[in-house]
Design a protein around this ligand. Structure first.
Ligand SMILES: Nc1ncnc2c1ncn2[C@@H]1O[C@H](COP(=O)(O)OP(=O)(O)OP(=O)(O)O)[C@@H](O)[C@H]1O
Ligand SMILES: [Mg+2]
Length: 377
């Protein structure tokens, strides 16, 4: 099922009554989630992710705008009639009920022709448990299971009514690193199998990138960019999105466009082909760690020569397949930042050297306006 937002907005009065301004938790959302896709809502804490989910499931009513499931306007339909399954951040299983009873719980209050017999409910619970592979644990209580198993019970409970939409609010936040990766693959598999339109909330960009068909990058209630993870990574629309995606993060410098060249410090790092006809101005230059190509390793040219980006070498960190070259630069956006280039471990660098020079891969260099922080090149 498609989910369509039309100018959907949620404003909260400020918690501090003396302050008259409102908090705009969700600011005029207008976009469509295609049928059967897994969408990652990604953004820093407080940007409105949970509020967006609560609007979809009906736990919050919008201040403005409409919400559609396929062609049906569901804005005024109560939560229990929307056919939405939700897994909350704290997955909140009932501690005194075993797994089977926890999963069956949402089926017990069904009314009219939807009402089920005990046998039917048990059958549905077993089917949901099979999807998340916990059918052997049906008699256990929550405190007799690992975090990951409890997480799966919560997902089974959300799936048991075969919802039209599945909402997951930071469902992996309580798991350790290994279990997180396992469970996120599990969620991807379940979603693939059931084809239920799913919205997955996280503030972890790597998590969102790895499982989403589409990511929605948010900040302060507003959508900054929507697209396939790789597209958003390769073509960030503004400085915020560029900085939010990628580990290690993008390196940002103060630079300028001057007479057909991109200049950082006093070096022309890229030329006319890159800059095109952009007028002279001060800019932010973002360079992905993999966009910095070791110069000496390649052709033996010295630092300071034409086209080089010369930096101060701080450290070399060998990490198996890759090597991190840690460096600083006086034109850093935030003075004193330790920047990183990721290069192949085959390139030996003398850690005693004072400077290291790079060529730039123009596909990995983004230029942003100093005024608007929107991308120019
Ligand atoms: N019931 C409420 N009353 C007033 N303000 C609220 C209410 N719920 C949320 N907010 C505010 O709305 C904004 C968005 O909150 P929300 O919980 O949606 O953020 P989030 O992106 O889910 O954050 P997190 O990653 O920390 O869970 C925040 O500024 C929050 O303080
Ligand atoms: Mg939240």
């Amino acid at each position: 099922m498609k989910i369509r937002f039309e100018g959907l907005t949620k404003r909260f009065p400020n918690r501090d009554k003396r302050i008259k301004t409102e908090v705009v938790a969700v600011d005029h959302f207008t976009f469509e989630i295609p049928d059967g896709k897994l969408v990652g809502l990604l953004g820093p804490s407080g940007c409105g992710k949970s509020t967006a989910l609560n609007l979809i499931c009906g736990l919050e009513t919008p201040t403005e705008g409409r919400l559609f499931f396929d062609e049906d306007d569901v804005t005024d339909i109560p939560a229990e009639n929307r056919g939405v399954g939700m897994v909350f951040q704290s997955y909140a299983l009932y501690p005194h009920l075993n797994v089977k009873k926890n999963i069956m719980f949402p089926l017990q209050n069904l009314k009219g022709d939807k009402k089920m017999t005990k046998e039917q409910m048990e059958q549905k619970a077993l089917e949901a448990a099979r999807i998340v592979q916990i059918e052997e644990l049906m008699d256990r209580r929550p405190n007799e299971m690992s975090g990951g198993q409890q997480q799966r019970v919560a997902i089974a409970r959300a799936l048991v009514k075969m919802p039209r939409v599945l909402l997951l609010d930071e469902p992996l936040s309580n798991l350790d690193a290994r279990l997180r990766i396992q469970t996120r693959e599990e969620i991807k598999r379940i979603q693939n199998e059931t084809k239920i339109t799913t919205v997955f909330v996280t503030h972890d960009q790597e998590e969102a990138m790895s499982i989403s068909d589409i990511i929605v990058v948010m900040k302060d209630g507003a959508i900054h960019q929507i697209g396939k993870p790789q597209e958003v990574y390769d073509q960030p629309k503004n400085l915020f999105v560029a900085k939010f995606l990628g580990t290690p993060p993008i390196n940002v410098f103060n630079g300028k466009i001057e007479g057909g060249s991109l200049v950082i410090g006093n070096e022309k790092v890229l030329g006319k082909d890159f800059v095109k006809d952009t007028p002279n101005q001060e800019v932010f230059v973002g360079i992905r760690p993999e966009g910095l190509l070791l110069r000496e390793g390649k052709d033996g040219k010295q630092t300071g020569s034409e086209g080089a980006f010369t930096t101060e070498l701080l450290a070399i960190e060998v990490m198996g397949r890759d090597t991190s070259v840690v460096f600083s630069h006086t034109a850093s956006e935030i003075a004193g930042t330790r920047h990183r280039a990721i290069v192949s471990s085959d390139n030996a660098i003398d850690p005693e050297k004072k400077n290291v020079a790079f060529d730039l891969n123009p596909k990995k260099v983004f230029v942003f306006s100093k005024d608007t922080q929107e991308r120019l090149l």
